[in-house]
Design a protein around this ligand. Structure first.
Ligand code: GTP
Ligand code: MG
Length: 217
C-alpha cells in the first residue's frame, strides 16, 4: 500500500475526539476477519489497498464513538505490515489460532513490529477458535502475561467472549487517545498545528496583498 493510498483514507479524521482506529494483527487464517464480521455488518473493501475497513459505532458514557477496525487482506503472509497500517492507530488486537501453535509462536514477531511503530498503544492478545478445543482454556499462554497485556479466549465461530473483547478494545483505544503522551503523537499534533498556523498566516498575507493590489480589470 503506497503512502498516497493512505492519504485517500483520510487519516486526519483520526485526530477527531470521537474517532478511533483499531488495527488487527496476526498470521493468516487465525480468524481476524471472522470476529470482525461478527460485530460489524458492512465491511468496506478497499481492495486496491488490500485493506478492509469495518466501521463500528459504540456509545460509551453517553458519547457516540466512531471506530474503524483495519483488517489486512492477506498481507500478513509476509509477516510484516506496511508502516501506514500502523499510522495513528489507537489500539491493536493481536490474534492467534489455538489449533496452530506456530501462530502463537509468531506473536513476538508481530509485537516487535507493532512496538516499532506504536510503542505505547494498548494491545489485546486474543486466543481464537476455542470452540474447536474446549480444553485449551486450561492451558497457560505466557506471552501476554510476560508483556503485561490483556488476554482473551474467544471463538469467532460461536461468538464466545467476542463482544467483551471488542468493547474492551474500544474502551482502551479511547482512553489511550485521551491520555496519550506518546512522543510521536505529540510531534504529529505539533506538526499539524504548525502546518495549520502557517496556512493561516499565509492566507492572512494573501488577503493583505489582495487588499494592497489595485482591482485587476
Ligand atoms: N472453528 C473455528 N473456525 C474459525 C474461527 N474463526 C475463524 N475460523 C475459520 O478460520 C478460517 C480463517 O478465518 P478468517 O477470519 O478468514 O481468518 P483471517 O485471519 O482473516 O485470515 P486471512 O485474512 O486470510 O489472513 C475460516 O475458515 C474461518 O471460518 C473460530 O472461532 N472457530
Ligand atoms: Mg482476513
Amino acid at each position: 500500500m503506497d503512502a498516497g493510498a493512505v492519504s485517500d483514507l483520510d487519516l486526519d479524521k483520526y485526530d477527531a475526539d470521537k474517532q478511533v482506529k483499531i488495527i488487527c494483527l496476526g498470521d493468516s487464517a487465525v480468524g481476524k476477519s471472522k470476529f470482525l464480521t461478527k460485530c460489524v455488518s458492512r465491511p468496506q473493501q478497499l481492495s486496491t489497498y488490500a485493506l478492509t475497513l469495518y466501521k463500528y459505532s459504540s456509545t460509551i458514557n453517553g458519547q457516540t464513538v466512531l471506530v474503524d477496525f483495519w483488517d489486512t487482506a492477506g498481507q500478513e503472509r509476509f509477516r510484516s505490515m506496511h508502516p501506514s497500517y500502523y499510522h495513528k492507530a489507537h489500539a491493536c488486537i493481536m490474534v492467534f489460532d489455538v489449533q496452530r501453535k506456530i501462530t502463537y509462536k509468531n506473536l513476538p514477531i508481530w509485537y516487535k513490529e507493532l512496538r516499532e511503530y506504536r510503542p505505547e498503544i494498548p494491545c489485546l492478545v486474543v486466543a481464537n477458535k476455542i470452540d474447536a478445543d474446549t480444553k485449551v482454556t486450561q492451558k497457560n499462554f505466557s506471552f501476554a502475561k510476560k508483556q503485561g497485556l490483556p488476554f482473551y479466549f474467544v471463538s469467532a465461530a460461536d461468538g464466545t467472549n467476542v463482544v467483551k473483547m471488542f468493547k474492551d478494545a474500544v474502551q482502551m483505544a479511547l482512553s489511550y487517545k485521551r491520555n496519550s503522551n506518546d512522543f510521536m503523537d505529540e510531534v504529529m499534533r505539533e506538526l499539524e498545528n504548525f502546518d495549520l498556523d502557517t496556512k493561516e498566516e499565509s492566507s492572512d498575507k494573501d488577503e493583505e496583498t489582495q487588499e494592497g493590489k489595485p482591482d485587476s480589470a
